[in-house]
Design a protein around this ligand. Structure first.
Ligand code: TXA
Ligand code: MG
Length: 316
C-alpha cells in the first residue's frame, strides 16, 4: 500500500465539503461519531469499502455498520419493522446499531455485509457526522478507525497514530463523548443483543417490552463467516487451483484465462472489491464446482483467503 497524504479537516463548511468530496470520489475519511471515530467509505462503492480493510490491516472481512443520515435513508436499504421503529424512536440519533434484513438489489457493497443477507444500520448523534451523511446523501460504511486489533480511537491524535498516511482525510470533530462503541441489536429473528455498548440493554428491553436473547459469541461477532446465515455458494469451491478441471467454473487471479477474474493485474483492492460479486455471479451459473486461483497471502490477501476458505469448508 503506497503512502498517501492524510488531510486533517477542520469543523468548518470547507472542511465538511472536502470530506464529502473525498467520500464521493471513493476515498477514505475518518470522522467523529459520539461513540468512537469511524473509518468511513461510501457503502455503495466496492473498491472504497475494500480499502477500509486494507487500511485497517484486517485479516477477515467482518461486516461493517452502515451509517445513515436519517431513518428514511435506513429504510432504503433494509426491511424495516415495528421493533426497529420503536428502537429508532427511542434511541436515534445515538449509539445504537440495528441489524435488519438487507433489501434485495440494495446497492450496498457485499463487502459491507461480508456477504450476509443482513445489514447493520446506525444513525449517529454527532452533529458533524450527521451533516456529512446528509450532504453525501449515501450511507457510509465505517468500522472504528483503528488498526485491526488495537484500541478504538476517541480523538484525532488516536486516529492519526494508526492511520496517518493510509487514509485521504480526517474530519476533526473533537473528542468522542460516549467513548464506547454502539450497542448492536439483531432484529432478524427474536430481538437479540449482538454487542453491548453505548445504550444499556435494560433501556432497550424496556422499550421493546421483552428480554433480549444474548448472542455475543465471538463466532457471531468476530467471524460472521461462521454464522449459519452466512453466504456459502451452492457450488463446491476448490482453492489454489493451478490447473482447471473440466466443467469447473474458473475464478482467476492475475493474467490468466478464466470465467471471471478477481484482478487481472493482481491488484488486491480490486480483488477484494470483486470477491463477493464474482462468487455470486459464478454461483448463479449452472456449475457444480468453482475453482479459484491461488491468492497471495499478503495485505488484503489474508482476508480474501479467509473468506474463500470459509466458502470452501465442508458444509454441515
Ligand atoms: O459505535 C460504533 O458502532 C462504531 C462507530 C464508528 O459507529 N463502529 C464500530 O464498528 O464499532 P466495528 O466495525 O468496529 O464493529 C461493528 C460490529 C462488528 O463486531 C460486526 O461483526 C458487527 O458490528 N456487525 C456488523 N454488521 C453485522 C451484521 N449484519 N450481522 C451481525 N453483526 C454485524
Ligand atoms: Mg472496532
Amino acid at each position: 500500500m503506497s503512502k498517501i497524504e492524510t488531510q486533517v479537516l477542520p469543523e468548518t463548511d470547507t472542511g465538511l465539503s472536502t470530506a464529502v468530496d473525498v467520500l464521493a470520489q471513493g476515498g477514505l475519511v475518518s470522522f467523529a461519531t459520539e461513540t468512537v471515530y469511524g473509518l468511513g467509505a461510501d457503502a455503495t462503492n466496492d473498491k472504497a469499502v475494500a480499502r477500509i480493510f486494507e487500511a485497517k490491516g484486517r485479516p477477515q472481512f467482518n461486516p461493517l455498520i452502515a451509517h445513515v443520515a436519517d431513518i428514511g435513508m435506513a429504510k432504503e436499504f433494509v426491511e424495516w419493522s415495528d421493533e426497529a421503529d420503536k428502537l429508532a424512536e427511542a434511541f436515534w440519533p445515538g449509539p445504537l446499531s440495528l441489524v435488519l434484513p438487507l433489501k434485495e438489489n440494495s446497492g450496498i457493497s457485499p463487502l459491507v455485509t461480508a456477504g450476509l443477507s443482513s445489514l447493520a444500520v446506525r444513525l449517529p448523534a454527532h452533529p458533524l457526522a450527521r451533516q456529512m451523511l446528509a450532504k453525501l446523501s449515501k450511507p457510509v460504511a465505517a468500522p472504528s478507525a483503528n488498526i485491526s486489533g488495537k484500541i478504538s480511537p476517541t480523538s484525532v491524535v488516536h486516529v492519526l497514530a494508526g492511520l496517518d498516511g493510509k487514509i485521504e482525510a480526517l474530519l476533526d470533530g473533537g473528542n468522542c463523548n460516549v467513548g464506547l462503541e454502539s450497542t448492536i441489536i439483531g432484529l432478524i429473528d427474536a430481538p437479540a443483543l449482538f454487542r453491548p455498548g453505548g445504550v444499556p440493554v435494560e433501556a432497550i428491553e424496556s422499550v421493546l417490552g421483552v428480554r433480549l436473547a444474548v448472542d455475543t459469541s465471538p463466532e457471531t461477532l468476530i467471524a460472521p463467516g461462521q454464522m449459519t446465515s452466512h453466504y456459502a455458494p451452492g457450488a463446491s469451491v476448490r482453492l489454489n487451483a493451478t490447473k482447471w478441471h473440466a466443467g469447473e467454473l474458473r475464478l482467476g487471479f492475475g493474467p490468466i484465462e478464466c470465467d471471471l477474474n478477481l484482478s487481472e493485474t493482481g491488484d488486491m483492492v480490486e480483488a477484494a472489491a470483486n470477491l463477493f460479486h464474482h462468487l455470486h455471479a459464478l454461483d448463479s451459473r449452472d456449475g457444480k464446482s468453482i475453482a479459484v486461483s491461488p491468492i497471495p497471502q499478503s495485505g488484503l490477501g489474508a482476508a480474501i483467503n479467509d473468506r474463500l476458505e470459509r466458502a470452501a469448508a465442508p458444509r454441515s
